[in-house]
Design a protein around this ligand. Structure first.
Ligand SMILES: *Cc1c(COP(=O)(O)O)cnc(C)c1O
Length: 505
């Protein structure tokens, strides 16, 4: 709306003007500044006060404080609001930037990306169409092109920013399904729904693959039964000989292999499936080759370890998760394809949005490639990051993380209190406290106790996982600030709880 007119209306109708407070527009710049300043102060307090990764608050304790909150009560001041939010949230938020947070695949974020985030939500472009984003679309395309080049894809590649690795994997399986059906069964799933043969479609993954692949198969109407899990070897990588055996067996049984998913960096172990071997098998049996590099995309950034994901350039589609390993705030993720024509399988035209007669080279509409419509300009964060820190700067962070993880593996192996299950290609270590020479105690119980004590005290956070039915602790080291000294002091805390369990039981 024209500002002069707004002001006239405002002076004529005071009550209307008071209702226009708070809207993001030029008459409210002062409020914008004040609110942003207070948000910043509140975040600074969060940084200054996170002496440990977690306060240790329990759900019951925190839930009690929510009972008195009435969301229909009269509006409060910013001051009161920030105090409330501090008590209900910030004070107890998990601090991913703390060096002793080594639990899940959460990275600390980089400051340029945080600055971009403030711009993203204020300007609020929507990246579905050119006519809602303009330069935003071109920036996103440039970053997609950059990512595709880093993967090793050629000129015909393309991609899209997504909400996360799970959505990227869903898109990979969607394209795999529809491409197979169209190419080999001459059946258009987009138009005609699933073909009769769909219940015999099979997708091959390792047993250490992310659960979102299985979930995708359900969502896509293939059912979890479509997933064939291939055993991993001793280093938790897909065994490619067993993969080929399984493909042959499924064919013999009358089923229809359509895709294989290699994980480049498994969530639990950070290990990379043998991409080149798997790609060979995919070619031989005409399978869609998807690489889930949600975690392993970190290696795109480093000269030293890039070779570990060689073969990724042969994929038909790749999942990258910038919010896992590129130090980006949630959400920021990507889905890349070797051939941009694959996206035609899912393009829908809407007359109001991206009419079919738009020349795609002239008017770029990213919605043609996405399963979302309205979509955040998350790409701007990565733009800021590459411009301020650069690929090499980010790569140095990754090098440090990998180095500290290797040192941590050594420390764990040399300490008789612990049993280490894996060596990681990236930075995830699965281990357990096992200092019970007479085997009097159930190690599952001890380690479950340790994990729950860590969350009760909050002085260090690790994750937990199950391998072959046994409970293990897990370090995911994604913070370049975490040193081997931090790891050693976390292990001292773990030993303390382990010994405590033995003493009280
Ligand atoms: C985390 C993860 C995903 C899911 O990504 P989200 O961004 O959490 O949706 C997929 N694959 C792997 C290997 C992951 O580690």
């Amino acid at each position: 709306m024209n500002t002069v007119i707004t002001r006239q209306i405002a002076s004529e109708k005071d009550s209307l003007f008071s209702n226009l407070e708070h809207l993001f527009c030029d008459i409210n710049i002062h409020e914008y500044q004040n609110a942003m300043y207070r948000a910043q102060q509140s975040v600074i307090a969060f940084l200054e006060n996170s002496r440990q990764p977690f306060s240790g608050v329990s759900p019951e304790e925190l839930r009690k404080q929510f009972e008195s909150v009435d969301l229909n009560a009269p509006p409060v001041s910013y001051e009161a609001l920030f105090e409330e939010v501090n008590n209900l949230y910030t004070k107890h938020a998990i601090a991913f930037h703390h060096p002793k947070y080594v639990a899940h695949l959460n990275c600390p974020v980089v400051i340029p990306a945080v600055a971009a985030e403030a711009m993203i939500s204020s300007v609020n472009s929507s990246l579905d169409t050119w006519d809602q984003s303009a330069g935003g679309t071109l920036m996103e395309q440039k970053l997609i092109e950059w990512t595709c080049r880093e993967i090793g894809f050629g000129d015909s590649s393309d991609g899209i920013f997504t909400s996360g690795g799970s959505q990227s994997n869903l898109m990979g399986m969607l394209l795999a399904r529809d491409h197979f059906s169209l190419t080999f069964l001459n059946h258009n799933i987009k138009k005609d729904g699933l073909p009769e043969e769909a219940h015999r479609f099979r997708i091959f993954v390792s047993e250490a693959a992310h659960f979102s692949i299985q979930k995708s198969a359900s969502i896509l109407g293939l059912g979890e039964q479509a997933i064939v899990k291939i055993r991993t070897d001793r280093s938790f990588r897909m065994n490619s000989i067993l993969l080929e055996d399984a493909v042959k067996r499924e064919i013999e049984n009358g089923n229809i292999p359509i895709a294989v998913v290699a994980t480049a960096g498994t969530t639990d172990f950070g290990n990379i499936d043998p991409l080149i071997n798997i790609s060979g098998i995919a070619k031989k049996y005409s399978l869609w080759f998807h690489v889930d590099a949600a975690y392993g995309c970190a290696l795109l950034l480093t000269k030293k370890y890039r070779h570990l994901i060689n073969g990724i350039e042969d994929a038909d589609s790749v999942t990258v998760d910038y919010h896992k390993a590129f130090f980006q705030p949630v959400s920021s993720s990507g889905f890349m394809v070797k051939d941009k024509n694959y996206f035609r399988l899912i393009t829908h035209y809407a007359d109001y949005l991206n009419p079919k007669d738009h020349d795609e080279d002239e008017i770029p509409n990213q919605v043609n490639k996405s399963i979302q419509t309205t979509r955040r300009f998350d790409a701007l964060k990565l733009w800021f990051t590459l411009r301020i820190i650069g690929k090499e700067g980010l790569g140095n962070y990754i090098d440090r993380i990998i180095r500290v993880s290797a040192e941590a593996a050594e420390v764990l192996e040399q300490d008789p209190h612990f049993e280490l299950l894996n060596h990681s290609d990236i930075s995830a270590l699965v281990f357990r406290y096992s200092a019970d020479p007479f085997k009097t105690f159930d190690l599952n119980r001890i380690n479950t106790y340790i994990k729950s004590q860590l969350y009760k005290q909050g002085d260090a956070l690790t994750a937990g996982t199950k391998v072959n039915g046994q409970f293990y602790l897990k370090f995911t080291i994604l913070n370049p600030l975490t040193t081997i000294e931090d790891i050693k002091s976390i292990l001292i805390i773990i030993k303390k709880y382990g010994n405590e369990y033995i003493a009280i039981n």
